[in-house]
Write a protein that binds this ligand. Structure first.
Ligand SMILES: Cc1cc2nc3c(=O)[nH]c(=O)nc-3n(C[C@H](O)[C@H](O)[C@H](O)COP(=O)(O)OP(=O)(O)OC[C@H]3O[C@@H](n4cnc5c(N)ncnc54)[C@H](O)[C@@H]3O)c2cc1C
Length: 424
């Protein structure tokens, strides 16, 4: 490796997965000890207009694992990510885009919570008498929510700081891994054959040449963004079993540090419709009011946010009892129009799902052919034509489904460990 220090490492993708992977690379001895150029290449970048195909900016997002009790790998990724983010929040507060919340997870139709919740601070099983009506089982614990744009922008700053501004970020569509040595790409990354590429392209893995993973599919999610800074508690209602994944109907209320609250949600496997559906919006509004009637009880000017204590609390069952929902048609309409008045946006995103779960593994090395002798790509002393390929290590880190935010640091660390082992 030290024989070709100018050959770059490429991180493909600039979502939460690509950027956390880039941070771990820049912190690794691999980067610190060898002067390897690093480039991030992506179609979408954090401050772009929202796009359903760029899941990281649409996400809720909260840390609420789906890891099955037997799924050691996913539990480790999710647990590690919570640990990293909780430390960030403790050390730097909500400026990170992270907010610690009391999270209550309620179950209808079964009485099993995932074991990983027991590892969270303040975990407790909510006793029968405290539970809202119709809820068969409930647990509460401390978790985290994320304001995606704030967090992603801080990652960009961190990348710039760690590399002293040397990491270049390029907006460019890579049609195929083999195009990394084509002249158009080499004008961005230089003429050396990449030492390695870390593939963090989310749903892009479906079509990216050289990967074309047909087990990748979108899971369409529709959410509503509202301004409700008086909501400081996270709520989820799960109807039906999670099936060790993300099954069943999930309703959630995700307050963010900036006073916005994400209401959701839906899960539609294979759904590609990028526009929100009005009937889905109405359905989500009805469901979230059932688990969090306080959404309609804030000051519409947002000048006097209601304190934490007045957020629904399972210690005060009346505040969350679904019977608190007005049965009277007129009252229901009033509540609904209050909720309508705080809506900021309806959003749709495609979770990058994959049969068999997230792919963090080393792929076969690429043997890329590099064009030489035609201007920009000509290597010193090389003849015109094509140079036989040097090997490029490939590491995959994609297919995080609905869990990319809550597993990002765990998967980034594994991906960089694979890269280090491959380049030793
Ligand atoms: C509605 C919704 C709610 C969610 N809620 C949560 C939650 O609460 N908690 C949680 O953990 N997760 C949640 N998720 C899931 C989470 O958003 C994703 O798992 C995560 O964002 C995936 O990140 P990623 O970086 O792999 O993909 P993306 O964010 O989609 O980024 C992919 C990157 O690859 C680039 N790319 C792709 N193909 C190419 C190519 N050929 N050439 C160049 N660049 C390319 C793209 O431009 C982009 O930069 C939610 C998702 C949705 C949609």
């Amino acid at each position: 490796m030290s024989q070709r220090p100018q050959n770059p490492i490429i991180i493909l993708g600039a979502g939460i997965i690509g950027l956390t992977t880039a941070v771990r690379l820049l912190e690794s001895p691999l980067y610190r000890d060898e002067d390897i150029p690093v480039h991030i290449i992506a179609d979408h970048l954090p401050n772009d207009p929202l796009d359903a195909r760029y899941a990281s900016t649409i996400a809720g997002a909260h840390h609420l694992s789906f890891a099955d009790d037997e799924d050691e790998r996913q539990r480790r990724w999710d647990g590690r990510t919570f640990e990293v983010m909780f430390d960030e929040w403790k050390n730097e507060g909500e400026a990170t885009g992270l907010m610690a919340v009391k999270q209550t997870e309620m179950f209808v139709g079964h009485d099993k919570h995932l074991k990983i919740y027991e590892e969270h601070p303040d975990f407790k099983i909510v006793e029968m008498a405290e539970r809202p009506k119709d809820i068969d089982h409930a647990v509460s614990f401390t978790s985290l929510t994320m304001t995606p744009l704030t967090y992603l922008n801080r990652l960009l700053q961190r990348i710039s700081h760690l590399s002293e501004g040397k990491v270049r970020i390029h907006r460019y569509h890579i049609p195929s891994l083999s195009s990394l040595t084509e002249p158009s790409v080499q004008t961005l990354i230089g003429k050396g054959t990449p030492l390695a590429v870390v593939v963090c392209v989310g749903l892009g893995a479906l079509t990216l040449g050289g990967v074309e993973d047909k087990t990748v599919f979108p899971t369409r999610g529709q959410v509503i963004k509202v301004k409700a800074p008086w909501i400081k508690t996270g709520w989820t209602r799960q109807v039906g079993d999670l099936n060790g994944g993300e099954g069943g109907e999930r309703t959630y209320v995700i307050p963010r540090a900036d006073g916005e609250v994400i209401l959701g949600g839906t899960r539609e496997e294979g759904g590609w419709e990028a526009e929100p559906r009005q009937e889905t919006t109405q359905n989500i509004l009805r469901r979230v009011l059932e688990i969090c009637p306080e959404l309609t009880q804030g000051d519409s000017d947002h000048k006097h946010p209601v304190s934490n204590q007045s957020s629904p609390d399972l210690h005060n069952p009346t505040s969350t009892d679904v019977s608190a929902i007005p049965t009277n048609k007129k009252e229901r309409q009033t509540q609904s129009s209050r909720l309508q008045s705080i809506i900021m946006d309806n959003l749709v995103g495609f979770r990058p799902s994959r049969e068999g779960g997230t792919r963090v593994e080393r792929g076969p090395d690429l043997s890329l052919t590099r064009s030489v002798g035609s201007g920009k790509c000509q290597g010193e002393g090389e003849a015109e034509g094509e140079a036989e390929g040097e090997k490029t290590v490939v590491v995959y880190n994609y297919g995080h489904g609905g869990a990319g935010w809550q597993s990002c640091w765990g998967t980034a660390e594994d991906a960089i460990a694979l890269l280090e082992a491959a380049l030793q």
